[in-house]
Structures are given as structure tokens and as C-alpha cells.
Design a protein around this ligand. Sequence first.
Ligand SMILES: Nc1ncnc2c1ncn2[C@@H]1O[C@H](COP(=O)(O)OP(=O)(O)OP(=O)(O)O)[C@@H](O)[C@H]1O
Length: 277
Amino acid sequence: MNTVIRVEGLNKSFGGKQVLFNMGLAVQPGEMVALIGASGSGKSTLLRHLSGLACGDRRDAGSIEILGRQVQAAGRLNRRVRRLRADIGYIFQQFNLVGRLSVMSNVLLGCLGRVPRWRGCLGWFTSEEKASAMAALERVGLAEYAHRRASTLSGGQQQRVAIARALTQGAQVILADEPIASLDPESARKVMEILADINGKDGKTVVVTLHQVDYAVRYCRRVVALKAGHIHFDGSVDALNGVFLNDLYGGDLDASLMFPDHAARAREPRPLALVAA
Ligand SMILES: Nc1ncnc2c1ncn2[C@@H]1O[C@H](COP(=O)(O)OP(=O)(O)OP(=O)(O)O)[C@@H](O)[C@H]1O
């Protein structure tokens, strides 16, 4: 099978300050990968580059391919990156819904990359597209809210609508940037379970940045840990331990809460109390 995400030699600077250093990454079809690291380590910047929402400049070397198609090379975005974005579902921390529109209309926005522009402008969708949007809402448990104004939903519900939008989009790859950072634990659990379900049942490749290491341990097999713009670790979640996490987070993380002993990590349910500072 072909590699879904390939990053080679990626650098990024903002105003002369380098924030990503020679990053290399390969993600295979159907993987669910957690991106972890302290605040400012470069997680969101990397994710934005993967989706083609950001790019380096000519001084920033590096290339990114998604689904075998070039997103950027030598600090330049592929001119056809908009098309590629139709295959990438991007979940934002703050949901990015249009609050005054109905839940259903928001989910239908997922079709925009694939329908003729005039239809998108008129908001004219076929019955198949509407059925697909409703099926996506059912999948995330929100069919009964289809005709509610999006702004009236809770944060957790809005994030599930955003996931339904990515499903309707038909995205092959889901990039989720701190999707649970502003949610209560129960809403966070539901969002992570939906992402894991989409990964497990539909085989979609998921990369999710997380502040909460315990959710990474629970839902992802592979972890990529960033430290000061470098890939510090890339491997099995089983390799994480308190010493490693204290080093990664500079002592801001009380990993003893998470790994009281190695054996406890294998037991379910895993603790959900720990949040990185
Ligand atoms: N638009 C920007 N202009 C200037 N500097 C930026 C910009 N975006 C990010 N940075 C800097 O790049 C570095 C990495 O930021 P990034 O947001 O990727 O980190 P992060 O790991 O996602 O942090 P957090 O977990 O707090 O969201 C930080 O030093 C940040 O200040």
C-alpha cells in the first residue's frame, strides 16, 4: 500500500525564527497517529503544512505529499492544492462551523469541494448529497439536531458536526488539530471515539494533535512527539513512560498520575485525569 502522508526535510521559519527543523514523517494507510509535545513545539504548524493551509518560503526546504500528490515542494505550495484539500478533512479546535446556519447546512458544506461552483453558491444539493449528510449526522449521533442552528449546540456537539462535515466531504485523511482541547471529558471521549471508529471501520488515516497524553495512549497506537520543532520520538505508544514524558514536557506534566506502574497501563479503563499544562 502507498504511504498516505510523506514529509521530507521540512523546515519552517516565522520572521527569521525557525520553528520546524528538518522533519521527516511517513504515515501509512489506516494509521491513527497522535502528535504530542509541549505548547509551542510545532504540532499545529506541522498539521497546517500537511493540509496545505500553510507553506514555507523559498528558504524553507522540504516536501510534503498526501495520497501520492504533492502539497508543497521547496517551500512552494502546489498550485492544485485546493483539489487535494477535498480529500483532506481538517478538524479545528474551535470547530469552524457557520453558527447561523443549520447543522445540516454545515454538514453539506463538506460537499463544496466536489460540486460545481454554481451549485455551491446557490446551496443546491442533490437528494443523494442530503442523504449522505444525514447519514454522517446519524453516525455522530446528531441526526435529531439536523435542523437546529449550529450555534445552539454545545461545543462537543459542534465538534461532532465538524466530523460529520469531514465524513460528507469523503475525506480519505483526517487531520484534527487539538479537537478536544476545549471540551469536557465526556464530550472529549465521544469525539475521540468517533475519530477512532472512523479510523477502525472506514480505514481513514487520522493524525490528531493532543495536549492530553492519556487520550493519545488510549486511542492511538503510534505517537509522534515533537520537541522544540524537532521530531523527538516516533513509535509505539507503548514506549511512553513517565521519564520520557517529563523530559518531553519539561516537567510540566505529572506523568506519575498516568503511569503509576507499567502493568497498570495495560489495564482498562485507562485514567483520563491527566492534562498537560
Ligand atoms: N503565524 C505565526 N507567526 C509567528 N510565529 C508563529 C506563528 N504560528 C506559530 N508560530 C510559532 O511557531 C512555534 C510553534 O507553534 P505551534 O502553534 O505550531 O505549536 P504547538 O505545538 O501547536 O503549540 P500549542 O500546543 O500551544 O498549540 C511557536 O514558537 C509559535 O510561537
